[in-house]
Design a binder for this molecule. Sequence first.
Ligand code: ADP
Length: 665
Amino acid sequence: MDNSAHLLTDKQLIDVLCMGHQPMAVHVSEDAVIQAANDAMINVWGKDRSVIGKSLEDALPELKGQPFIDMFKQVWNEGVTFSGTDTPANLIVDGELQTFYFDFEYRPIKDASGKTYAILHSATDVTERYHSRFREQRLIEELTATNEELTASNEEVRASNEELAAINEELQAITEELRLSEEFLQNINNDLKASETRFRQLIKQAPVGICLINADDLMVQEVNDAYLQLVGRPRELFENHTIWEIVPEAAQTYAPVMNGVIETGIAFNAREHRVTLTREGTDEDVFINFVYDPIYGHDEKVTAILVIAIEVTDMVIARKKIEEAEQRSRLAVDAAGIGIFDIDLETGAAVVAGKFNEIFDLETVPNQDSIETLIHPDDRQIRATAHTEALRTGHLFYEARLSPENNGAHWIRAQGKVLYNDNNKAERILGTVLDITAYKELQQQKDDFISIASHELKTPITSLKASLQLMDRIKDKPEQNAMIPKLIMQSRKSVERVSVLVEDLLNVSRLQQSDIRLNKSNFILSQLVNAVANPISITAKHRIIITGELELQIFADEHRIDQVITNFLNNAVKYAPSSETIEVDITTDSDFVTLSVTDHGPGIPLEKQAHLFDRYYRVDQSGHQGSGLGLGLYICEEIIGRHGGSIGVISQEGEGSTFWFRLPL
Ligand code: ADP
């Protein structure tokens, strides 16, 4: 079948193709000269048909700088196809440079030899699609972002929800706690109210004075009856008054103290303060124990002062009395040199006081057993017997010597009383010890004195008796009468001796009864010495030399001073028999006269000198020297003492002694 009649010319064919809605164009040559382009393509370009026959660059000069012209060159020269989707191109359409998006293809159309003779250019304007896809994309992106945000928010919301749930739970717990706390507080409040009531009750009934004072204005908030009584003021006075308006007499001393407590917050304690209070109009001296106690507010500041006070006047007075009594008895014990002991009979523990340790020469407190060892071994039995006896009679008494380690030569006297408990069991022995050494010595001396005195008296009396018997026998025998004067002389001597001894004894007893009255007169002292010395010089072989103020006249009891000088001279003769001379010296200085008698006999050991003037004291205790009664110097000291003078001795063993007295002129 011949279909040629129906075949279209090239022109018709192009026209037909140009009628298509798909934009198409055919380009030739390297410059992409537009051979043909359909209206759709012309529209795309935004041009008119005048572009046909023009190179692409000429037809669409805006493409300069864009990749398309070079692409065409490459298609033409290299025979490759370029295509693209959503490719942007800037075209001047309607006089305005706009960006369009295309799906395009530049396809080389080749001849049989493979050479490109035309380029088929198809393009679809996808600007609308591009934009819508772009918007869609943006939308999707936005949606995604929103979604993400939403997810995040969701997450947050979930988390917040969880937190809220937790918070809710906590809130519930807190609410419960609050409820409980409220209950608790309510309870505390109730308790507080109760305790406050109790406190007020307590304050009211307290046996001690209590007063609560505001720190800022010193007004009294609370006061109890005991306090009212203590300060001796009525309750009405306490209303609307400061404490110092109420007790002005205490203000001067105690206002600064209270201010100090308010400032420092440190409590003030007073013990036994002596205060003069005007109670019901009368001034009374009282002793008070009190405390100013600071009470703190919320801000750690002192808001009030609690005064607690108690009167201790009776107690203080009683204690002072006891102290005074104790002091007195201590003084008495000390003065009397008494040691006190208190022995617990069950434990043997001892409490000692006073001169106890001194008496026993102890440094530590002894006990029942150790006290025993303080006693001389020979006298321990005495003590033991006394203690056994004490348990029977309730009274302890013994005298004993101390052991050689403890004040050996001393004597003590222990006296005590047994104290019994409610069951009549002996519990303690309370008693005293006294050092009776001096008393014992005196007693010893007295005993010695009696035996010596008897002996001393016996000798002349025996001799007197013998003389009298002899005279009686020879009185009728004239041939023996010649002996009578001698016997009379002997008898007289014996009587003399007895009368001297008796005189001494009388003097002592008079002295003891303070019965010596001085009978003072003026006399020349040396003359008295002479009168005393003469008879001695005659009978003794000593030479008595009197020196010094031989003219001195003194005012004293001549007879008594005679006694003293006689004693000094007699002693010198008696105790210094080998001394050839005895010197008597009279000197004066200022208003005193001193008379001394010096012998060159054996002298007196230093340790004995102090005792020479004691009663009954004799250096040689054996008493075999035919000496006196140990009374002479004692009497001398008394006589000189009563004249307001002093007496003494200076002596060195082997050298002799000087006895002296000194009288005011
Ligand atoms: P008596 O009556 O025993 O002589 P005194 O009191 O006169 O007593 O003397 C006391 C003691 O002093 C004497 O016993 C004696 O030992 C001592 N005495 C006194 N005078 C002297 C003296 N001149 N030389 C040595 N001893 C003396």
